[in-house]
Design a protein around this ligand. Structure first.
Ligand code: NAP
Ligand code: ZN
Length: 351
């Protein structure tokens, strides 16, 4: 199938148009016309080479919402016309203990990422959601709940699940005290989801300009991380902190905010961190942990939860050819709070 989109050609060049082919449908494949594609900071990291070299052209995008346009003969759960989503993974071995218990993101044999990965059968590069179409095996296709505004739902497929998963892992519910560092795409979803789960939510931001928005989203408190007195007054006040900061940073100042046995879960920076001081961890049995997206079953659970509670990301809709400006703005944390590409801004290729 011919399709078209935007690709990264090298780390120091802007994204540019790219025509390419999607594979012929295998028995268990679903072909999707992409309607909306969220813009994750991971797309920027990948395209700009922050995570090392990649095989170009590379089509980013792993927050995908669209409708089914064709299914293979063995597909059981989807039919033409269904509204569906695709997140950060498109395949895994489906055979190991991690896949068996629904945590394909930790597949022992390595999950297949939506882009910058290799198809398990042909070895061809996988290409993501900044494109008109995608073909995905049905086990990695999510059902979009009835009534959820599709034009705003795409960021749930990465930002939503990446923050929902640690909230669930650390049993957040009524009475939990949750902190969120960085109010961007992931951070604002962490705030909304933690509130919906019943937690008391504190936002930790560098940006005083975001305080009003945080409170409007329902956060109970905002701490400006450079305000030393406020940080000191908030010691021992949190059970879980979700750290979404996308660059190397020092977690030391945040650790004393945790109560005894509290956990700081890093979901942001993938790479080296600044040296940190151990006393806050030792003097309070506080932990530093990490978390990667979430499994398919948990992603469906999150989507259904958002459907029931009508939880939607705050989106700035852009056209495909505005992606390079969007990347520059995201790098400056100047987005409220997720860019979503309206894929109708791209013409389908001639058949
Ligand atoms: P984003 O929308 O750019 O938000 C990041 C936020 O972090 C910003 O809004 C800003 O919040 C804060 N921030 C930015 N630069 C900072 C700096 N230099 N120092 C301190 N704080 C800074 O990014 P995102 O899409 O949420 O992604 C965040 C990170 O998560 C990225 O590194 C991405 O690759 C990673 N990620 C990980 C997973 C996973 O599975 N673990 C999944 C998806 C994404 P304030 O203005 O409030 O300070
Ligand atoms: Zn992402």
């Amino acid at each position: 199938m011919k399709t078209t989109g935007y690709a990264a050609y090298s780390a120091d060049k802007p994204l540019a148009p790219y025509d390419f082919e999607r594979r012929e449908l295998r028995g268990n494949d679903v072909a999707i016309e992409i309607l909306y594609s969220g813009v994750c900071h991971s797309d920027l990291h990948t395209a700009r080479g922050d995570w090392g070299p990649y095989t170009a052209p590379l089509v980013p995008g792993h927050e995908i919402v669209g409708k089914v346009i064709a299914v293979g003969p063995d597909v059981e759960h989807y039919a033409v016309g269904d509204p569906v989503g695709v997140g950060c993974m498109v395949d895994s071995c489906q055979d190991c203990d991690q896949c068996d218990h629904g945590e394909e993101q930790y597949c022992r044999n390595g999950m297949t990422a939506t882009y910058d990965s290799k198809d398990r059968i042909t070895g061809e590069p996988t290409q993501g959601g900044y494109s008109k179409h995608i073909v995905v095996r049905e086990e990695f296709v999510l059902a979009m709940p009835d009534g959820l505004d599709l034009s705003r739902a795409a960021p749930l497929l990465c930002a939503g699940i990446t923050t929902y998963s640690p909230l669930r892992t650390w049993n957040v519910g009524p009475g939990s005290r949750v902190g969120v560092i960085g109010m961007g795409g992931l951070g604002h979803m962490a705030i909304k989801l933690a509130i919906a789960l019943g937690a008391h939510v504190t936002v930790l931001s560098r940006s005083p300009s975001k305080e009003k928005d945080a409170l409007e989203l329902g956060a109970d408190a905002v701490l400006i991380s450079t305000d030393k007195d406020a940080m000191k007054a908030a010691r021992n006040s949190l059970d879980l902190i979700i750290d979404t900061v996308p660059v190397k940073h020092d977690v030391t100042p945040y650790m004393p905010l945790l109560d005894v046995d509290g956990t700081l879960a890093i979901v942001g920076q993938v790479g080296p961190m600044e040296e940190f001081m151990t006393p806050p961890a030792i003097m309070g049995r506080r932990r530093i942990a990490g978390s990667l997206i979430g499994g398919i079953a948990e992603t469906q659970e999150m989507l259904d939860f958002c459907g029931r509670m009508n939880i939607l990301p705050e989106c700035e809709m852009i056209k495909m050819d505005e992606i390079n400006t969007a990347f520059d703005r995201m790098e400056k944390a100047d987005v409220r709070y997720r860019f979503v590409i309206d894929m109708s801004s791209v013409d389908a290729p001639a058949a």
